[in-house]
Design a protein around this ligand. Sequence first.
Ligand code: GLU
Length: 516
Amino acid sequence: MANEVRVRFAPSPTGALHIGGVRTALYNYLFAKKNGGKMILRVEDTDQARFVSGAEDYIMKALEWCGIVPDESPFNEGEYGPYRQSERKSMYMEYAQRLVKEGKAYYAFDTSEELDAMRQRLKEAKVAMPQYNAITRAQMKNSTTLSEDEVKAKLAAGEPYVIRLKIPKKEEIRLNDMVRGWVLVHSSVIDDKVLMKSDGMPTYHLANVVDDHLMKITHVIRGEEWLPSAPLHVLLYKFLGWEDTMPQFAHLPLLLKPDGNGKLSKRDGDKLGFPVFPLDGEFPDKEGKMEKFSGYREAGYLPDAFTNFLALLGWNPGTEQELFGMDELVDAFTLERIGKSGAKFDINKAKWFNQQYIKSKPNEMLAKFLLETLEKQNIVCEEAKAIQIVGLLKERVNFPSDFWAQGVYFFNAPSTYEEKIVRKKWTSEAVLILSEYATELENIEELTSETAKSTLLVVLDRNEIAIGKIMQSLRLALTGAGMGPELMEIIALLGNKEVIKRIEVAIEKLPIKQPE
Ligand code: GLU
């Protein structure tokens, strides 16, 4: 298909995938699906020094958890593979050499000492941006200053070299970014970027552009941090003669810290009180020291809540709608509705999304979370009962772990009682009603929420006491707290014997409020 939309997510496996990276992957995925196109996962692993083993695996697992399934990837080869740049190593030199032949790039033989000396010289001359460019190039050891024979001799002798792009001295480079509009950059601010390194590996810039071309990428959707590289990439397309099929660019706004003060970075780790990675893990930091970090998955976020939340950080549907399943996101997504300004990260909003998604899940699915926790504590519970419990609690929880935290009284009798409620509500009247209630409950064959209530009403009527006066004391005796879900349902789930026992224990333990 000639006009098929093809986008790529191109992470470098240098560590864990930051949530900003997940958002980039998500937007690429949504855009591909919306347009009936393909999303490609390309692993950009040409920088051997920064390669971290396990990072690629982490990236795959994170995408999988989010429901982002690339159409072509190292694990699902398509016709444009291989999809790891290290496996495409042999493809890049040809393009760099072509540029050299056409006078658009050159060999440079400068040693690192010579490069340092050049920078030092420029610094002393108060040059604002000391760099290898159209001016300094003329003073360095490269194929623009050496004779053809000298270059040949050096190459034949195996002298280490890099290939640099010959950035024109005076040229205005323009690109029409789909998010940012026209971006104009003067070539004088760009340095002669290295395309091929002395180890024979391409740099990011060359490999990225060559691969985007060979993989027939139509749209490059990536983070704003790559915007400064975009003019260079545009120049490379032009020099390589690929201008006509150059992809369209869309640079995504930054994810900002909650206070809007700076970029939310990998280095923030758990310092801000919330994870910045999708899954938990452990990777070496810059000094090689292993660093553990937490993830949204382990913090109890549901993947669809997480992706919904991320989708709205930088994109908006133009309506009030906030809850979007993946299919709805695909339907609604357009690059035009991506904002230019940075999106502030708000963990409370993430919690809100999680709560909404938990509420919308079937009780059968939620019960699994509770059963898992119970199993770890060797508490036996029938599935049907767990299903009822989560059904009662799900309006009140933010995380799956809250089912246990908020429903512990279904399994363990309270060992403490909310003091304020004891002080206010544990009256002699309450004790009288509850003990009569306990006695009545003994005679009930099958306790349901209805019979639990009608029995209570019988006792209350007999004593001419309103139900509102007694509910909190009853709840206190059974759960230890003054608030919670529908009490009659709790009673039905606990069963006669347990309710009677808990009332008796409370009567024995709690001090009765003295009349004022
Ligand atoms: N490998 C780059 C990264 O790690 C890809 C940037 C791009 O998408 O062009 O983010």
